[in-house]
Ligand binder design. Structure first.
Ligand SMILES: Cc1cc2nc3c(=O)[nH]c(=O)nc-3n(C[C@H](O)[C@H](O)[C@H](O)COP(=O)(O)OP(=O)(O)OC[C@H]3O[C@@H](n4cnc5c(N)ncnc54)[C@H](O)[C@@H]3O)c2cc1C
Length: 487
């Protein structure tokens, strides 16, 4: 522990209570990584504040001492966004988990950031309302983490991402002041600072209250599962459905390897021998859904479906979803280690990129299972490898990077919903030019001129220098001379 952190301990105990400040090395290791376990760093100190005012005082104390700090929700992030700073304070939001208010008239909820995503919908259900963004991790991930990552989910195709459902945030600025962004109505005047904050991966401040929109529970929900011999046939069905002007609540696809993994894990009983399954969910007023269902079924058949199953009651629908929802974890059954990649391509390029992934997999001998939000063109290739075999980790990482290159070549993105974090900062210069990165850095500096708030994330850093606080400068001479890499 550095001397500046040691000096902070009594003050932090005073703010949060001694039991909510962790200094024991073994206990600190609990927090050494998020869902991306290949990056680990033990924090110098962990605090668990119980209220917004405590978060503000903790941040103010860190800022005064020049100590870096990182917010952590439930630690399910997949890009290392909540990776602690080894000389910094990790501020864990899990004690702040109250649903403060459900207002059924204005259809909104005010919640603390540690509340899990699914708890918001559970609290709203008695009023006939729900919170739409639904990451597959919704049982455990926190709303604060969702805001920081602008999280998506299967139903974001129709309903939109987190940014479309948050109308106000109480934040603690990186200097330790409490402030509000947005007034909770969704109407803004002036610059959209709320929009800038959502998806900023914990680099612009810490969320302490969230105002979210609630939507009426749909009158009916129909889920349809269609099996195909190949992903390209399933892809054709996706294009045809969207081309027909139908926007389903969700369109998800899984390939043969991910079906095999899900079958081993949850016995989802998907059609035997299927090379791909497509899950299409329609929700809304009964008459509209019935009409759309007939069209979707016929388009799925025309695209070559070998079997179609439909379900409209919650238990049967849950059976269809079980395989998809378990897919990431299920892959652990068929491989000792795997990388969850997250890239986006225009929907029309899905076939080309899947073919490229198959050829990269064949030439490298590394298996790739594909699970994806097909309607959004958001791919989640799962790169399977054995980390006990020398060289396989590096080969898997290389393949995973080549998949992102393929997404960029098609005009796509290096992330759809899992964020940049530490994992993908090296890809940022492939997607953005220096002027774009400078502009983003200006935004960051407007909130946090000394880069104490979640430093080392999102932005590429000259390898020899470490992160340089403040505005992005001209390239380091070693970088300009080609002697050091930006990563
Ligand atoms: C099995 C599995 C399935 C997943 N499925 C999806 C999916 O379908 N869609 C999707 O988008 N993601 C998915 N994820 C990724 C992950 O669950 C989301 O990114 C989620 O929003 C992270 O929330 P968290 O509470 O775990 O945040 P953490 O991992 O703790 O933190 C994530 C980031 O948020 C910041 N942060 C956390 N709390 C705050 C706060 N209060 N204020 C400011 N910054 C904060 C952290 O600093 C970090 O940068 C999945 C993950 C897993 C493991």
């Amino acid at each position: 522990m550095t001397t500046s952190i040691e000096a902070l301990v009594p003050r932090l105990r005073e703010i949060c209570g001694a039991g909510n400040v962790i200094t024991d090395r073994l206990e600190l290791r609990t927090y050494e990584c998020d869902g991306l376990t290949s990056h680990r760093s033990v924090p110098a100190l962990v605090v668990l504040p119980g209220a917004a005012a405590e978060v503000a005082s903790v941040v103010a104390a860190c800022a005064a001492a020049g100590v870096p700090f990182v917010a952590r929700g439930s630690g399910t992030g997949l890009s290392g966004g909540a990776l602690p700073h080894k000389d910094g304070v990790l501020i864990v939001m899990s004690r702040m988990r109250s649903v403060i208010e459900i207002d059924p008239v204005s259809r909104r909820a005010i919640v603390e950031p540690g509340v899990t995503n699914l708890s918001v919908s559970k609290a709203a259900a008695p009023f006939g309302l729900f919170y739409a963004p639904d990451p597959s991790s919704q049982v455990i991930c926190s709303i604060g983490g969702n805001v920081a990552e602008n999280s998506g989910g299967a139903h974001c195709l129709k309903h939109g991402f987190t940014v479309n459902h948050v109308t106000g945030l109480q934040i603690v600025t990186p200097s330790g002041e409490l402030a509000w962004l947005g007034d909770g109505t969704g109407v803004t005047a002036g610059y959209d600072l709320l929009g800038a904050f959502i998806g900023s991966e914990g680099t612009l401040g810490i969320v302490t209250k969230v105002v979210v929109k609630l939507m009426p529970l749909p009158e009916v929900v129909h889920t349809l599962l269609a099996a195909y011999a190949t992903t390209s046939e399933g892809g054709r069905a996706v294009s045809d459905i969207i081309g027909a002007g139908i926007v389903p609540a969700a369109i998800e696809m899984m390939d043969a390897l991910s079906i095999e993994a899900a079958e081993a894990a949850v016995q989802c009983n998907y059609p035997e021998g299927a090379g791909a399954v497509l899950i299409v969910e329609l929700d809304g007023p009964a008459s509209e859904v019935e009409a759309e269902l007939a069209t979707v079924r016929s388009l799925c058949e025309k695209a070559g479906a070998t079997e179609i199953r439909a379900a409209d009651d919650p238990a049967q629908r849950a059976v269809i979803w079980a395989g998809r929802k378990s897919a990431f974890a299920a892959v652990g059954r068929i491989s000792p280690a795997f990388i969850v990649q997250d890239g986006v391509v225009p929907r029309t390029s899905l076939g080309a990129v899947l073919a490229r992934i198959a050829s990269l997999s064949a030439s490298s001998g590394i298996r790739v299972a594909n699970v994806f939000h097909a309607g959004d063109g958001n791919l989640h290739p799962l790169v399977l490898y054995d980390d006990s075999v020398p060289g396989e980790t590096e080969a898997a990482e290389e393949l995973s990077g080549a998949i992102l290159d393929a997404c960029l070549e098609q005009g796509g993105s290096i992330t759809g919903e899992h964020g940049v974090g530490v994992d993908k900062s090296r890809y940022m210069p492939k997607m953005f030019g220096p002027a774009d990165l400078d502009t983003m850095q200006l935004v960051r500096c407007a909130f946090d001129p000394v880069s104490l708030c979640n430093p080392g994330k999102v932005f590429p850093t000259p390898r020899l220098c470490g992160e340089v606080p403040g505005h992005r400068r001209a390239p380091h001479p070693a970088v300009a001379a080609g002697q050091a890499e930006i990563f």
